[in-house]
Design a protein around this ligand. Structure first.
Ligand SMILES: N[C@@H](CCC(=O)N[C@@H](CS)C(=O)NCC(=O)O)C(=O)O
Length: 244
């Protein structure tokens, strides 16, 4: 009798908790190849958050442009994250900042304003200035509207990857704030973005040996579980390797 009562009580509590978002369910829209989704996967791993559901949106089949995903994210881009009852979260950097605010340990943004500004700025070199120039919609436009052949499209992509990584290396090699990681000796959002940029470089056969600081930091990150498990080629549906 007592056992049955406590079971019922536990169930009632769970229902109440879910209804009141104490136990929000997390739904993640992702695709193995998406570098922006890779960033959020790393952040989720660092925070120890395991999504209750991962929805695959196949970018190679154009599923991001289908109505059901357009209703989720009108911009038709990955990633997107649903945390409980709240409105959908989109844009990888905004999602990472949200996760850092809602799950502050371990932090992926420094506590001091100058440190935060540097980390956000380094992250933006990849997430705002370099990566957007190589995503499927840009590649598709070059191919279908501008009629550029594959070698020309790859020249474009490799150029913008190199520009981004050259800028990263310039900051990382010069700044005294660079440590074991991009900012000091703890992982930040700058490392997450750097790693996604270096992974993109590998996908498009860009030689990264000319960015020794970026390479060292990337290798240090990739030796960590949170990064390694999140790698695009470790995700369901991924091939063994990527041409481009
Ligand atoms: N700035 C966005 C970029 C999002 C983005 O471009 N995602 C790519 C995959 S990495 C995408 O969904 N592309 C679909 C397309 O270009 O049609 C972010 O960081 O979340």
């Amino acid at each position: 009798m007592l056992r049955r009562t406590s079971r019922l009580l536990a169930r009632a509590l769970r229902t109440y908790a879910q209804k009141n978002c104490w136990e929000a369910s997390v739904k993640f829209y992702s695709f193995w190849r998406s570098l922006a989704a890779f960033r959020v996967r790393i952040a989720l791993n660092i925070k120890g958050i395991v999504p209750d559901e991962v929805v695959t949106v196949d970018l190679m089949k154009g599923q991001q442009r289908q109505d059901d995903y357009k209703r989720v994210n009108p911009q038709m881009l990955l990633p997107a994250l649903v945390d409980g009852e709240g409105p959908i979260l989109f844009q990888s950097v905004a999602i990472m900042e949200y996760l850092d605010e809602t799950h502050p340990q371990p932090r992926i943004l420094p506590a001091d304003p100058r440190g935060r500004a540097r980390v956000r700025a380094l992250a933006a070199i990849v997430a705002a200035d370099s990566h957007p120039l190589m995503v499927p919609r840009v590649r598709g436009y070059m191919e279908n509207e501008l009629k550029l052949d594959e070698p020309t499209r790859n020249t474009w992509i490799q150029h913008w990857i190199r520009e981004g990584l050259t800028a990263m290396e310039g900051h990382l090699a010069r700044d005294k704030e660079t440590g074991k990681f991009a900012h000091g000796d703890a992982v930040t959002m700058a490392d997450i973005c750097l790693v996604s940029g270096m992974t993109g470089a590998a996908f498009f056969q860009v030689d990264t040996s000319v960015y020794p600081t970026a390479k060292r930091i990337t290798e240090t990150c990739m030796a960590m579980d949170a990064f390694a498990k999140a790698h695009p080629l470790k995700q369901p549906g991924a091939p063994a390797s990527v041409g481009h």
